[in-house]
Design a protein around this ligand. Structure first.
Ligand SMILES: NC(=O)c1ccc[n+]([C@@H]2O[C@H](COP(=O)([O-])OP(=O)(O)OC[C@H]3O[C@@H](n4cnc5c(N)ncnc54)[C@H](OP(=O)(O)O)[C@@H]3O)[C@@H](O)[C@H]2O)c1
Length: 298
């Protein structure tokens, strides 16, 4: 007698799914029967990772998308490709993120950490929101970090132009992930789309390898064997994406599958609305998207 897998019939998009936590998340959800789309910067690498996910998960329904998400034009192109490929979208996992010890401008002239870790998920989610609402009940999971607790949003210097620190930029973006999630949850009330954020733990991946701070590279070499495996780091993302226990749960921050209290700024509705509006202007989603009334947005 056959049995139905728990995610059969569901479609999931995971950004940054070619390695690390994102790939492990893709394997977990594909093994549960979902059709899974993964993204990376290079199509050949994304196709190769998709083939690995298919084999490991025993599920042929894995698709590869390519976009350098530091570029807003590429995020928009990715959204069009996803909307073309998927008539429904049940789960969006905003997993992509990075850390740079030095200030790097993007093609749009923005600071790379803020552009990739915060503005890319902000823009992609907004571009896919109608599809998520049409597929409700649906879920948006955004991968933040424990670094959010040290975060501060510097509205006077969001791009770190005056005084850049890699750690400060990362802390700020990871706090922005949670503020975005809480504001999104608020704006989506009554639509059946849930939005939650997650700290995956400290995980053995390629994270930060492109431009690592010297102390980080020494510490990470020493502690690397003690870190979570990517599969362990993916557990909470998979739980938020798939568990029936998460039905109706929104606007919360999770670590180790448990709801945790994040940085108190994440509950400051004036700050979360301000960040939303500033972000909307930076990605060209203007006029600012109004707060939804139960029943629908836009
Ligand atoms: N590792 C940790 O200890 C840890 C702790 C807390 C939070 N996190 C968060 O967890 C998330 C995943 O991190 P990870 O450790 O798995 O990182 P990772 O091993 O560096 O993987 C990053 C993924 O993002 C993709 N990517 C990188 N730059 C990109 C870009 N410009 N455009 C599109 N895709 C890009 C990479 O694909 P390609 O290289 O193929 O483009 C890869 O699939 C991040 O949001 C991170 O902040 C990680």
């Amino acid at each position: 007698m056959g049995h139905t897998l728990p995610m059969a019939g569901k479609v999931v998009l995971i950004t940054g799914g070619t390695g690390g936590i994102g790939k492990a998340t893709a394997i977990g959800l594909a093994a549960m029967g979902a059709r899974v789309g993964i993204t990376g910067r290079d199509l050949a690498r994304a196709e190769h990772a998709a083939a690995d996910v298919r084999t490991t998960a025993g599920n042929p329904a894995v698709d590869a998308f390519a976009a350098d998400m530091t570029s807003q034009a590429e995020v928009r192109r990715l959204a069009v490709a996803v909307l073309d490929a998927y008539p429904r979208l049940d789960v969006l996992i905003n997993n992509v993120g990075g850390f740079w010890a030095h200030h790097h401008p993007t093609a749009d002239g923005l600071e790379r950490t803020f552009a990739l870790d915060h503005l890319a998920p902000f823009l992609l989610t907004n571009l896919l929101l109608d599809r998520l609402k049409a597929s409700a009940p649906a879920r948006v999971v955004t991968v933040s970090s424990g670094a959010q607790s040290m975060g501060r949003i510097d509205f006077d210097d969001l791009q770190g132009a005056r005084n850049y620190s890699g750690q400060r930029a990362y802390n700020q973006s990871k706090l922005a992930n949670i503020m975005f999630t809480n504001e999104l949850a608020h704006r989506l009330e009554g639509t059946g789309v849930m939005a939650n954020s997650v700290h995956p733990g400290v995980v053995r991946t390629n994270f930060g390898a492109e431009d690592q701070a010297w102390f980080f590279s020494i510490i990470s070499r020493v502690v690397r064997p003690l870190l979570k495996t990517p599969a362990q780091g993916a557990e909470t993302s998979i739980y938020l994406a798939s568990s029936p226990e998460m039905d109706g749960v929104t606007g919360q921050f999770f670590a180790n599958r448990k709801s945790k209290r994040p940085n108190k700024v994440a509950f400051d509705t004036e700050m979360t609305a301000k960040l939303w509006n500033v972000s909307a202007a930076l990605v060209g989603l203007t006029p600012a998207i109004p707060v939804t009334k139960p029943g629908g947005l836009t």
